[in-house]
Design a protein around this ligand. Structure first.
Ligand code: 3H9
Length: 698
């Protein structure tokens, strides 16, 4: 079957595209569309309708073709041909008309859409800008300011808003094709003209030099070193100030520059890595799933409450269990407070919040959990307590219920073995704040059944999380690597860097927060308590955590106590450097015989990031992560790693595994060699000049 077909329906030439799953504008689609639009110029049709079958109008250019030599017809030329048609062209939108798909609609003369359709220009999430006329046509229709918002945010929006902005001309109720054909007939009856957006000018009220200057300033703050958003502003300004053809030239050059940048390569890697991560290599995609209609959560603290909100938000009832009425009331009040914040931000209406809250009920009795489909334990991080909880769950939960632990570190096999149904036990590691963070590490224990894994992967998507499968090890993928990253941060501190220097170096490199600020936010007492439970002979190098422990012993627990690595203003929460911390660091350095020196930012960044990569290489070869891209997804979605660098393993691939290997060898010589045991996989890849992605794909 050809991906593009053409037929006459009454007097309308209908170009129908069928390229599952999302009608991406692949080479075959572009060639077919050009052919059809050219034939339509020569027949008896009075108007031309472009419509797609399946779940959506074109979801954009075919991203899998990026990075390969481009093949004619190029999308911008195809869209110019559509716009130049002598017969009226109508685009009929449904699903998600994104990127090049939305640009195809903008090049058409009229646009109709189902009210459920969404449109948008999400190229910025791929380190790109709209490259098929979007930067030039959208401002001519919707004005410069709205276009900048749409392109720099990359957020899709609904047909109703598109109609308000003058982008969509007709909203269709019911069947799209018959509605669109009816609309086409009306246009023919009115002798509607070929309305070419390229011939319009941008409404000057929506554009001023000051507005562009302010926009650039604003982007400087939020774009975290990305180049595409700035190029979008340049192109939109060109749409205002230059003729269409000149604006198109600038757009084409800017698109090519972005496409050739490591940033876009990293972000495109992330696009596919996120989708791959949801697939489990040895679990068939046809595995029957267990139904999840009710969820039980044990522990109504910040974590348990946050987890509950995820399910309530998508209409799933939750039973929250706490130890007594007082703890339960406290837990419910945290949930209510979080919802009121969401409401204030305008993300949910008061009615929606009331509906969500009605779905969360509290209990203090395990017996009330007898009929839940999925049970998530979110109690204190203590293996014995967790085992006890699971043996109770084993006694009360119905057969077939999935029993999950939200542990960040503990051995899920031991927890599973506390029950007589280890096949039903799994780890679901949510990240704090659980109602906000997108990552969900799904931890497969030795005996976890395939259908339990498949169900949890699907469930994650339905609560809008990004799932990544991890095997069992201390800290799973994310926290096991983080341990090494924090180790280097602590050692840089002892050796001469200040908390502020470390945080600034990491943030300037692109991390959402520096490690010291993260420690203060999470609470320094958490790691302290965990270390208290580890026998001294297993703690390793005592100097690593000497400063952190000393701060906790001084009552400096982080933001919650008003001080940690920094001093926090009680009113504004602004952080200030604190000489008392420098004193503690100097004392500990002297105690452990560490000579303090000037450390440059590059050393800080390389030590912290390469520590992540080296541990990631161990994790990969041990099979704890399925692929290097999975590790990248964990870091970008769970730890504030910059998407424009594509995660630690992709970053290593881009700068060269040999560069990382050489640095790790050197760090081993300059510092404690026990800390820098080279991962054998890193060594092999460096010697073969190969990448983690290639190894994962083999
Ligand atoms: C662009 O248009 C540039 C132009 O301005 C200029 C050009 C010159 N290409 O996400 P899902 C695959 S840039 C190729 O799981 P959902 C995806 O990999 C593009 N493949 O489904 C997956 O494959 P698999 C601008 C694509 O329902 C399958 O489709 N457009 C593309 O959760 C299902 O995807 C975008 O950035 C593509 N464009 O969400 C939109 N899109 O099953 C990107 C998807 O093998 N796409 N695939 O893993 C999306 O945002 C979501 O996929 C969408 C559906 C909302 C459409």
């Amino acid at each position: 079957m050809p991906v593009v077909s053409y037929e006459m329906v009454d007097e309308i030439g209908v170009i129908r595209v069928d390229n599952p799953p999302v009608n991406a504008l692949s080479h075959a689609v572009r060639a077919g569309l050009l052919n059809a639009i050219e034939s339509a110029q020569l027949d008896d049709s009075q108007a031309i309708l472009i419509i797609c079958t399946g779940r959506t109008f074109f979801a954009g250019a075919d991203i899998s073709e990026f990075g390969q030599p481009a093949k004619e017809p190029y999308l911008p030329d195809l869209l110019n041909a559509i716009e130049s048609s002598n017969k009226v062209v109508i685009a009929a939108l449904h699903g998600t008309a994104l990127g090049g798909g939305f640009e195809t609609a903008l090049a058409s003369h009229y646009r109709c859409a189902l009210d459920t359709a969404k449109v948008g220009l999400p190229e910025v999430h791929l380190g790109l800008l709209p490259g098929a006329g979007g930067t030039q046509r959208l401002p001519r229709l919707a004005g410069a300011q709205a276009s900048l918002d749409i392109m720099t945010s990359g957020k899709p929006f609904g047909a109703a808003k598109a109609a308000e902005l003058g982008i969509v001309d007709r909203i269709i109720d019911g069947d799209l094709e018959s509605g669109a054909l009816g609309y086409a007939k009306e246009l023919i009856a009115e002798s509607a003209p070929t309305r070419r957006v390229a011939e319009l000018t941008v409404d000057p009220k929506t554009a001023s030099r000051e507005m562009f200057a302010a926009y650039r300033k604003n982007i400087g703050k939020r774009a975290r070193g990305q180049i595409a958003p700035f190029k979008i502003v340049d192109c939109v300004q060109a749409a205002v100030e230059l003729p269409f053809a000149d604006g198109m030239k600038l757009e084409r050059q800017s698109f090519a520059d972005c496409m050739a940048s490591p940033q876009s390569a990293a972000m495109r890697h992330m696009f596919f890595a996120e989708r791959e991560a949801a697939k489990v290599k040895d679990v068939s995609k046809d595995t029957p799933l267990r139904p999840i209609q009710t969820v039980g959560i044990i522990g109504g603290g910040t974590m348990g409450g946050g987890i509950a909100m995820n399910f309530a938000n998508v209409g799933i009832g939750v039973k929250l269990l706490e130890i007594n009425d007082e703890a339960l009331a406290r837990g419910m009040s945290i949930v209510e407070k979080n919802y009121s914040i969401t409401m204030k931000k305008g993300k949910l209406s008061s009615e929606q919040v009331a509906e969500c809250l009605a779905l969360i009920s509290g209990t203090t009795s395990y017996d009330d959990l007898a009929d839940v489909d999925l049970m998530i334990e979110a109690v204190f991080e203590n293996l014995d307590i967790k085992k006890e909880v699971f043996s109770k769950l084993d006694a009360v939960c119905k057969s077939g219920a999935i029993l999950a632990t939200n542990t960040s570190y503990q051995d899920v096999n031991q927890i599973a073995n506390a029950t007589k149904r280890a096949q039903d036990v799994i780890g679901l590691h949510f990240f704090s704040p659980a109602n906000v963070m997108k990552l969900l590490e799904i931890v497969r224990a030795d005996k976890t059944a395939d259908d339990v894994i498949a169900t949890c992967m699907k469930m994650a998507k339905s609560i809008r999380k990004v799932p990544v499968l991890s095997g069992v090890c201390y800290g799973f993928i994310g926290n096991r690597m983080l341990n090494k990253y924090f180790r280097e941060a602590q050692l840089c501190l002892l050796e001469g860097a200040s908390p502020e220097q470390i945080d600034n170096a990491m943030q300037s490199w692109g991390m959402a927060m520096g490690p010291m600020a993260v420690g203060d936010l999470a609470g320094l007492d958490i790691g302290y308590k965990a270390r208290q439970g580890i026998p001294a002979d297993q703690l390793g190098d005592q100097k690593i955590w000497a400063v952190a422990d000393a701060l906790v012993e001084l009552g400096r627990l982080g933001q919650k106590s008003g001080s940690g690595y920094y001093q926090y203003d009680a009113e504004t929460r602004a952080r200030n450097n604190d000489p008392a911390v420098v004193k503690v660091v100097e004392e500990k350095a002297a105690e452990f015989g560490v000579e303090r020196r000037n450390i440059n930012d590059e050393e800080i960044v390389n030590r912290l990031i390469f520590a992540l990569v080296n541990e990631g290489a161990f994790i990969l070869e041990e099979g704890i992560a399925q692929r290097s891209g999975d590790i990248d997804v964990v870091y970008v979605y769970g730890y504030g790693f910059p998407a424009a660098r594509g995660g630690p393993m992709q970053y290593a691939d881009q700068i060269g595994t040999k560069t990382v290997y050489d640095a790790v060898i050197q760090f081993g010589k300059d510092h404690n060699p026990d800390h820098w045991t080279v991962a054998p996989l890193l060594e092999r890849l460096a010697k073969d000049e190969a990448t983690f992605s290639e190894w994962s794909a083999a």
